[in-house]
Write a protein that binds this ligand. Structure first.
Ligand code: AMP
Ligand code: ZN
Length: 147
């Protein structure tokens, strides 16, 4: 099956069906890379961080979408997200966080194993952080500029 590659030689799974779990980077994460974990979820640092400490929280089970998880998995992801946040606060003293899920290819998802981005933000890391996740649509993001 043909698939494209991301920087660093990592495959882009846009066109790859779910059964090819062995090719999934999050199903095959090196245990040494795991930052924190619980029964149903693991957390590790993003390999291509957008800010220092950018972490991913993922279910152990390979599911594409946030909307496919069970209540138990949801609770586990939530619990772990909170602990990763505490860890990052203790280690890096960020000033804020962006929390996000790209759910589906059209929404920008490139690894088809559900993951929650936890992105620490630091005052001054961008000139004007207003709008945050609204910048997925740059033309619409700065609503405060609309008359
Ligand atoms: P998304 O575009 O929301 O699917 O995000 C995929 C994320 O996975 C990106 O932020 C990548 O930097 C990250 N990533 C891709 N491969 C790996 C890997 N092997 N280990 C850790 N992070 C990865
Ligand atoms: Zn997977």
């Amino acid at each position: 099956m043909a698939f494209t590659h991301l920087p660093g030689g990592f495959p882009c799974f846009n066109h790859m069906p779910m059964p090819e779990k062995n090719a999934c980077p999050f199903c095959t994460i090196d245990p040494a890379e795991i930052l924190l974990e619980n029964d149903h979820a693991v957390a590790f640092y993003d390999r291509f961080p957008v800010t220092p400490g950018h972490a991913l929280v993922v279910p152990r089970r390979h599911v594409n979408s946030f909307f496919e998880i069970t209540g138990e998995e949801l609770a586990a992801l939530w619990e772990l997200l909170g602990r990763v946040r505490e860890h990052l606060i203790a280690k890096r003293s960020p000033d804020a966080f962006n929390v996000g899920i790209n759910d589906g290819v059209a929404a920008g998802q490139t690894v088809m194993h559900l993951h929650i981005h936890l992105i620490p933000r630091y005052s001054g890391d961008t000139e004007d952080p207003r709008g945050g996740v609204r910048w997925i649509m740059p033309v619409k993001a700065p609503y405060w500029k609309k008359g």
